[in-house]
Design a protein around this ligand. Structure first.
Ligand SMILES: Cc1cc2nc3c(=O)[nH]c(=O)nc-3n(C[C@H](O)[C@H](O)[C@H](O)COP(=O)(O)OP(=O)(O)OC[C@H]3O[C@@H](n4cnc5c(N)ncnc54)[C@H](O)[C@@H]3O)c2cc1C
Ligand SMILES: Cc1cc2nc3c(=O)[nH]c(=O)nc-3n(C[C@H](O)[C@H](O)[C@H](O)COP(=O)(O)O)c2cc1C
Length: 784
């Protein structure tokens, strides 16, 4: 078998090594355009988990690599004169040059042919190998030449960055967030050998321009970095090696295989430097590709397996990298944060690290996070215990005069089982149980302001006395038997009205008994849905009056809070989204026009809703569709509602148009809440695939929302909050006396379970290489 590898970077060399071990008779040649020791960059970084992988696949190169490594456990975050160190991270770094020399040496030892100083311009010049491994890096010429097939997507990120180095010793992976007269600069730095550290500098395009960096030579820009970070560099120089400032390209390819050619490493998929996974991804690609040849598979079969089997893992790493890079791009958003909260945000930015996870590894740091959060909560309640603060989810929150016991919310959820809009026994049991379960705030389902405003025949309403009486009974129960506050969500279905019950066909039009629906514009939801009537000004006046009347009824029923539903494609959302609003009058076109009617309804309701009671608005922060509402616009929407007197923005997404392509995942809507809260400066509630108390605490402690709503988890577990209170040992949560015995038992058991689990986790956690090194009585490199 003949194999040609184009590119002698980590991906190409490691694949050659693994393949030669697997098929010693194969003729493998690596073509590299540079000289053997002529390499850009400074250090590379691997996690302990990646090193475990290397150990399994090629022990000799693993041994040589690990001998050369600097190890560290801590991440140090410098921000506004504060430094926070968080341990237990298990990383190591090595010089890229040495890594490549080790891999070259090992490849030669196994009989791989290495040809340097050959720039492969045309694969035809390689003869006719059975396999061509395209490992020619981020700017892959082979990929670009076959772009029509591979379909690369290159997302050039806005921030500017450069790889530089220094002689400054470091004993932790170090982030420095530095204010300058031009704007913020960030340094990502780590040591990779004695007296050598990698320094990646990053800044936003505006700061880059204001600092005049685009006109500076490499030496001048290094001198500027030396000046900016001089206080930390301690007299050590900033070093360069082809250290140009560039924009990071996130690379993805639709296809990875073309005949006998296969993409690996950066040529195929890049990962942002902030999660330190570029070289890891490249070498793990090599492992995955070599693995597929095991068992004597043909080239065709092996490549097909590589393309399908490896994709998910790569996409997962790239997703984590995406989330991380976006955090760094928006760092200005968090600049006013307390340094402790800021550092917690840095640590938890990519979802892999959470509150509980950090509590185990860095308990003192998390205790500080809790204290900081408690201090902030004193603005809502001066009685908050600062000495022994409870976890963030159990800190109180206040909106106008309404005090909420904790930050957990039962999200509005339609039960689809009202009769003529009247909530019945089901609703009493449903809301009653959720209130008793301990959540600080519970929402009603979307309650409709008229018979025609209903989505389905099973929706609740609040347009007549019978409904008002029925709601009053439920509100009274909630207030009598729980500490939960109760928010009434009012809405109008618009073009999604006259549809079937959820379990009979969500949003599908009724076959019988449909009523005429209206919307901002006459566009049906499904092609076979009813074409809505375009709301006239007279319709708008009628509907506004219905909202006001329902708000007045809600007031009389005793609700603590009122929410206006402007999300999910219902009537008011249909005005806001340009995809559903094609009007040419004062209510269509610009955002200002599209918001005019929803704001008018809100203001009319605000006038009748008592001043001391809060109001919120639910919005779809993105339509997840081309040309629709996007996060930037949703910041403007939130701001406009904030100016109109909204106390809380309830941040949901989508469900506006059929062609939406949402990207689901854990906590997938939280970034929108984060952006709105910290750019529009309004209180937010986030929701969407949040399932654990750990996630709730992570979101709150990082300042990404003020309240956290859970929908589906509460359907099957009304006692989510009480259970979380038991888990974290927070006895102050309300519990009705009828349930005291159960509460006492769960508190006792949870304390034991928690201790057992934590001990198990600590025992099960393998020692990091840094810890092992310390144990072997060898000092960490940085201290040598
Ligand atoms: C300027 C720069 C500095 C970096 N510094 C660091 C760092 O300090 N630490 C870190 O962790 N990561 C660094 N990275 C990222 C990291 O290098 C990559 O994520 C990782 O090396 C990917 O491995 P690879 O083998 O896929 O590609 P590469 O390492 O890029 O290797 C590709 C190789 O192919 C060769 N090549 C390209 N075209 C041809 C051709 N036509 N013919 C023959 N040979 C060719 C190139 O010379 C190169 O050696 C840096 C990236 C850049 C662009
Ligand atoms: C059965 C069901 C009914 C829902 N009804 C409403 C509703 O009436 N009003 C509303 O704003 N959102 C409604 N939603 C959306 C939820 O409030 C929530 O935003 C969504 O389920 C995502 O949160 P989760 O992942 O925690 O379930 C409903 C969701 C479900 C599952």
């Amino acid at each position: 078998m003949k194999i040609a590898v184009i590119g002698g970077g980590p991906a190409g060399l490691y694949f050659a090594i693994l393949m030669k071990k697997q098929r010693p008779a194969a003729e493998i040649t690596v073509y590299e355009r540079n000289r053997a020791d002529d390499t850009f960059g400074f250090g590379v970084v691997f996690s302990d988990a990646t090193l475990d992988n290397f150990e399994r696949y090629d022990l000799p190169s693993y041994r040589r690599i690990t001998q050369e490594f600097a190890y560290w456990d801590d991440i140090a975050i410098h921000f506004k004169g504060d430094v926070h160190r968080i341990g237990g991270n298990g990383f190591c770094g090595c010089s890229r040059r040495i890594l490549l020399l080790i891999l070259q040496e090992r490849a030669l030892e196994l009989g791989v042919r290495l040809v340097f100083e050959i720039d492969v311009d045309d694969e035809a010049a390689l003869g006719e190998p059975d396999l061509i491994v395209v490992a020619d890096g981020i700017n892959s010429r082979i990929r670009e030449r076959n772009a029509a097939h591979f379909q690369p997507e290159v997302d050039l990120r806005p921030n500017k960055f450069t790889w530089m180095g220094s002689t400054r010793p470091l004993d932790a992976f170090t982030f420095i967030f530095q204010d300058t007269e031009w704007g913020p600069f960030i340094a990502h730095a780590y040591q990779y050998e004695v007296g050598r550290s990698t320094w990646v500098f990053e800044t936003d395009p505006g700061t880059f321009h204001r600092a005049g960096l685009e006109r500076m030579s490499e030496a001048e820009s290094a001198a500027l970095m030396e000046r900016i970070f001089g206080w930390f560099l301690d007299g050590h120089p900033v070093l360069t090696n082809r250290s140009l400032w560039r924009n990071f390209p996130m690379i993805r390819n639709k296809r990875w295989v073309l005949g006998t050619r296969v993409l690996v490493g950066d040529a195929k998929a890049s990962a942002h430097f902030s999660i330190g996974s570029g070289t890891k991804l490249a070498m793990e690609d090599a492992i995955a590709l070599a693995d597929t040849f095991e068992g004597g598979r043909t080239v065709e079969a092996a490549l097909a397996l590589y393309e399908t089997g490896r994709r998910e893992e790569v996409e997962k790493t790239q997703h984590a990298a995406d989330v991380s890079l976006v955090w760094f791009e928006h760092v200005a958003r968090f600049w006013d944060f307390d340094p402790v909260q800021f550092s917690f945000g840095v640590m938890t930015r990519a979802k892999a690290i959470t509150y509980d996870n950090l509590r185990l590894r860095a308990p003192e740091f998390v205790a500080e996070v809790d204290r900081t959060f408690a201090r902030q909560a004193t603005t809502h309640d001066p009685e908050v215990d600062l000495e022994r603060p409870v976890v963030p989810m159990f800190q109180p929150f206040k909106l106008r005069d309404m005090r909420i016991e904790n930050r957990v919310v039962v999200s509005p959820m339609d039960m689809y089982c009202a009769s003529e809009g009247v909530p019945g026994d089901w609703h009493l049991a449903h809301y009653g149980t959720r209130a008793v379960g301990g959540a600080g705030l519970i929402f009603t389902e979307m309650t409709c302001v008229s018979p025609e405003a209903r989505i389905t025949l099973g929706c609740t309403g609040l347009w007549n006395d019978e409904q008002e009486r029925a709601w009053t009974r439920i509100v009274d129960f909630v207030h009598a038997h729980s500490a939960a506050k109760f928010c009434l969500q009012l809405g109008h279905s618009g073009r999604k009205g006259a549809t079937k019950l959820m379990w009979e066909g969500m949003d599908r039009p009724l076959e019988e008994g449909a009523w005429e629906v209206c919307s901002a514009s006459p566009i049906p939801y499904f092609p076979d849905s009813q074409v809505p009537r375009e709301a006239t000004r007279a319709d708008m006046d009628t509907i506004k009056a219905q909202f006001v009347a329902a708000a007045e009824r809600g007031e009389r029923a005793g609700f603590d809070m009122l929410e206006l539903h402007c999300a999910h494609g219902y009537l008011l959302a249909s005005f806001i989204s340009p995809l559903t609003n094609r009007r040419t009058d004062a209510y269509g076109g610009s955002l200002e026009n599209r918001l005019r009617y929803p704001l008018e309804v809100f203001q009319a309701m605000r006038e009748v809703w008592r001043r001391h009671k809060p109001m919120s608005v639910r919005i779809s922060a993105t339509d997840w569709a081309e040309g629709g509402v996007d996060p930037l616009e949703s910041v403007a929407i939130a701001r406009a509602f904030g100016e109109a007197g909204v106390d809380l923005v309830d941040v949901s997404t989508g469900q506006t148009v059929r062609e939406a392509r949402p990207v689901f995942g854990r906590m997938f809507q939280t970034p929108f809440s984060d952006q709105i809260r910290n750019e529009a400066r309004v209180a937010t509630m986030c929701v969407g695939n949040i399932t654990t108390a750990d996630q709730v605490n992570t979101i709150l402690a990082a300042g990404r929302a003020d309240l956290v709503a859970l929908g589906r988890p509460h359907l099957v577990n009304p006692f989510f909050t009480l259970q979380a209170a038991a888990w974290y040992g927070v006895p102050a949560v309300h519990c009705p006396p009828q349930y005291f015995a159960g509460r006492d038992q769960i508190f006792r058991n949870s304390e034991r379970d928690r201790q057992d689990l934590e001990e198990l986790k600590i025992k099960a956690r393998p020692k990091t290489r840094a810890e092992l090194r310390m144990e072997q009585d060898a000092k960490p490199l940085a201290a040598e």
